[in-house]
Design a protein around this ligand. Structure first.
Ligand code: NDP
Ligand code: GDR
Length: 356
């Protein structure tokens, strides 16, 4: 390569965007991200890698834009001239997508179309190929037609979010076939980390648990505890995204651990880590139920294992523990032998946050 690889990431401020940026920077990429203008800072997850663009040899650059704004997407793409585009931006909360279906479809479905159109025109005009990654989701399987789910399992989406992701998935395949775009769909099953958004169930649990231990919260209100998910570690999953774009030909891949666990099992391990019984703290609130639920997801990532040489590296139990530990540490608590915790900072210095 005569010039450095250059990636453009939508959703760079999200969980996956932050890990992917770290990963690509370590690989020597120049990384560009599209961020939304907000009235408060929304760059917490990438602040540690951000450099003043005036710095000599800065490698991370941010551009204002929005997936609902096709003009800006096109302009940023033309300016950056990336070799790879990772489309991670989305209104990604399934429950919220029932409240804001049109906006969810605008950002997830139409946003993907805007990007594909911009890349198609760029490629046609310059004859330079841009490799494109679409962040597809196991939610597309919805009411599952097959266990476990593979790349060929039929979709049956059960939310506005999932319907929009199915549209984006097929549009990505269509642009690959119609215009010879190097476009890949990852069908990623749930993946979590200490950077997971605070309203997704795993992080909601670990964050509330830390607050309960710190005496800042008494109850945790949740919805359906019987649903089962295939939960992996986000850091492993961003590597799979990159691997897809390094292959000779574009394709679609399921990325999953192959294990499924219920929300109850997550609670059991999380609360068990600090010797608490979750039944004493968890209460039901119907507001967290979905009008249509996805009961069971379990992925078969054999294709990714074989062709990408990809493997998940973190077990379910380790994932729960590392999330609990991170939230405890965030409140100045440390796990000790026997899974007890001790306050290591003055509670007055603990950041006050609103209950969820
Ligand atoms: P997050 O919710 O953590 O991050 C979403 C990102 O999208 C944020 O950077 C957010 O910006 C940005 N965003 C939201 N709306 C827009 C918009 N209209 N225009 C531009 N950017 C926008 O998601 P994750 O990191 O967890 O997931 C990344 C992608 O992968 C998403 O597309 C998600 O749907 C998909 N996915 C996630 C899975 C998971 O388990 N995490 C599994 C399968 C798919 P801001 O910070 O300003 O809100
Ligand atoms: P999901 O993740 O919908 O799978 O989508 P989420 O963590 O929101 O829900 C998982 C399961 O937990 C149940 N649940 C609750 N969920 C939330 N958020 N809050 C609660 O209080 C609660 N109580 C029970 C849910 O009903 C559900 O069954 C995530 C997102 O990252 C998507 O963007 C991504 O595409 C999929 O994972 C794969």
């Amino acid at each position: 390569m005569t010039h450095r690889k250059r990636a453009l990431i939508t959703g760079i401020t999200g969980q996956d965007g932050s890990y992917l940026s770290e990963f690509l920077l370590e690989k020597g990429y120049e990384v560009h991200g599209i961020i939304r203008r907000t009235s408060t800072f929304n760059t917490d997850r990438i602040d540690h890698i951000y450099e003043d663009p005036h710095t000599l040899n800065a490698k991370l650059f941010l551009h204002y834009g929005d997936l609902t704004d096709a003009t800006t997407l096109r302009r940023v793409l033309e300016e950056v001239q990336p070799t790879e585009v990772y489309n991670l931006g989305a209104q990604s909360h399934v429950r919220v997508s029932f409240d804001s279906p049109a906006y969810t479809v605008d950002s997830v479905a139409m946003g993907t179309l805007h990007l594909l159109e911009a890349i198609r025109d760029y490629q046609h005009r310059t004859d330079i190929q841009i490799r494109f990654y679409q962040a597809g989701s196991s939610e597309m399987f919805g009411k599952v037609q097959e266990i476990p789910q593979t790349e060929t399992t039929p979709f049956y989406p059960r939310s506005p979010y999932a319907c929009a992701k199915v549209y984006a998935h097929w549009q990505t395949i269509n642009y690959r076939e119609a215009y010879n775009l190097f476009a890949c769909n990852g069908i990623l099953f749930n993946h979590e980390s200490p950077r997971r958004g605070e309203t997704f169930v795993t992080r909601k649990i670990t964050r509330a648990l830390a607050r309960i231990v710190a005496g800042q919260q008494k109850k945790l209100y949740l919805g359906n505890l019987d649903t089962k998910r295939d939960w992996g570690y986000a850091k492993d999953y961003v590597k799979a995204m990159w691997l897809m774009l390094q292959q000779d030909a574009p394709d679609d891949y399921v990325v999953a651990t192959g294990e499924t666990h219920s929300v109850k099992e997550f609670l059991e391990i999380a609360f068990g880590y600090v010797n608490l019984d979750w039944h004493e703290y968890v209460a039901f609130d119907e507001r967290y139920l979905r009008p249509a639920e996805v009961d069971l997801l379990i992925g078969d990532a054999s294709k990714a294992k074989q062709l990408l040489d990809w493997q998940p590296s973190v077990s379910f139990e380790t994932l729960v523990h590392l999330m609990v530990e991170a939230d405890l540490k965030g409140l100045g608590l440390i796990p000790l032998n026997g899974h007890t915790v001790q306050l290591v900072t003055d509670t007055a210095t603990v950041r006050h946050t609103m209950p969820m």
